[in-house]
Design a protein. Sequence first.
Length: 364
Amino acid sequence: MRADPAVWLLHGHKAGDNSQVTALAEALGWPYEIRQLAYRPWELLTNRLLRVTLAGIDPRHSSALAPPWPDLVITAGRRNEPVARWIRQQSGGRTRLVHVGRPWARLEHFDLIVVTPQYFLPVQENVLHVDLPLHRISRAGLDAVGEQWRARFGDLPRPWWSVLLGGDSGPYVFTPEKARHLAGWLNRRVAGEGGSVLVTSSARTPAAAWTAFRETLTVPCSAWSWNRDTGENPYQAYLALGERLVVTGESMSMLAEGVASGAPLYIYDLSDCPDTSHGAAPCPPWWRRTYLLRWKPFSHFLAMRLAPRRLRRDVSRIQQQLIAQGRAAWAGQEADPAPEAWCDNDLEQAAGRVRDLFANKDNP
């Protein structure tokens, strides 16, 4: 009986990337080891110039990378790409590379790429297109978490509206005005049903937006601040117990986990000057949108117009797909998601394609 492949997971500083990599490894069912990487400030320069290198990582704060080399490396994020390719180089080309998301290197450097619609990758043999980011959420797991937490919210009226607030990301800036607009819509919807709100911020939620949301929200609520509160994080409990779910649309991982919860899902569009049919905050005058000149939104603006197509990223493509499929509705509108059960087999597809890489024992 052939032994399972030796697997390394390259983890970086982004929780969403790490979660996807770990989800895929767990779906494979093979033993794995995590290699945690920390990066130097100038990693972008060295990685772009040298391409296959460890020069971009800080060895003092990173896991050791030494033989025996693994049979498989699973990675996500551009910072980890040069490291994964370096590992394969050290193994004499034996190590298989699986990348989750869009790589910056040429696609032929990877045995498999698992990618979502926000990226513009072509259809080809080593690219698997899936609907949503990979995640570790299961209904059985949520049910167990829900039983542990249900009594803590017993005094709050139902239905429970779980609200997952993200924050600034790429072209999206979560301003206090948008936070107040979302809270105002929730006041009307939740009060109309006699319910309450279970809300959590995230590491990216600006303090000003969180404060504006909390000051505007008038319905009964349980609130947990990522940056202020201590103790057990109720994020999964909110996913488990929410009878309605509202998610800011810039976070692909929260959207995927929201779909997995099975609750009716509402997406709040953080775009500036969005389509009026999205029910988002009104477009502010141009002189009040100077925050779009910050590095991330401005660099995204330039990339969408100047970068090669496969290096562009448009999160709204996933939002629009969920709306078109009836798997979500826009928060801010009165429309509700279609009450259907959706089968999410993206993770099974990805795991199957990885296993296929090792189906032939004569593979190098």
